[in-house]
Design a protein around this ligand. Sequence first.
Ligand SMILES: Cc1cc2nc3c(=O)[nH]c(=O)nc-3n(C[C@H](O)[C@H](O)[C@H](O)COP(=O)(O)O)c2cc1C
Length: 175
Amino acid sequence: MKTAVIYWSKTGFVKKYADWIAEELSADLILGKKAKLENLNEYDALILGGSLYAVGITGLDFIKKVIANLNNKKIAVFATGASSAREDIIAEVKNNNFSEAEQEYFEFFYLRGGFDFNKLSLKDKILMLMMKWKLKRKAVSELDEEEKGLLDAFETPVDFTDKNNIEDLIAYIKN
Ligand SMILES: Cc1cc2nc3c(=O)[nH]c(=O)nc-3n(C[C@H](O)[C@H](O)[C@H](O)COP(=O)(O)O)c2cc1C
């Protein structure tokens, strides 16, 4: 099965998963910003991955075009975020980004990434610092584990990527 992995990565976490998936499936690896819809016709399966930015997914506009125009192919979408892989978070991400009709055409996977403040663009640094100030205003007892983890991650980068996380996605494409 001819497969392509198309990805949008800002600081390298999505790229790490895209590399692992492409290697495992002997798939072509395509940078999201260089991907063109008309060049994807030759593939049987398409895997599209981006990261979570305030619940949105990077590359979402292109991913939606693929779902609308190339839905005769096997499609997997994965999202990478700093949050843990909790069922409710995953459902929220899926439902906030895709309509019920769109969800018919692809399988969704959440692959936990990490957080590296130093590698962010200036704009993203400012956005994250605003979030940090908001969290800092809360009493420690009001913070949940995710929020505490995020505050710690500003000081020391965290990397939760794990090659085992791609197993379900690989099985979906192969079967
Ligand atoms: C402005 C901003 C907003 C973010 N929002 C979320 C979020 O809503 N949920 C989450 O799990 N991670 C969030 N993150 C963390 C990134 O999704 C995470 O660091 C991801 O691993 C980045 O992957 P990439 O560097 O390959 O793009 C956010 C990061 C930034 C900079």
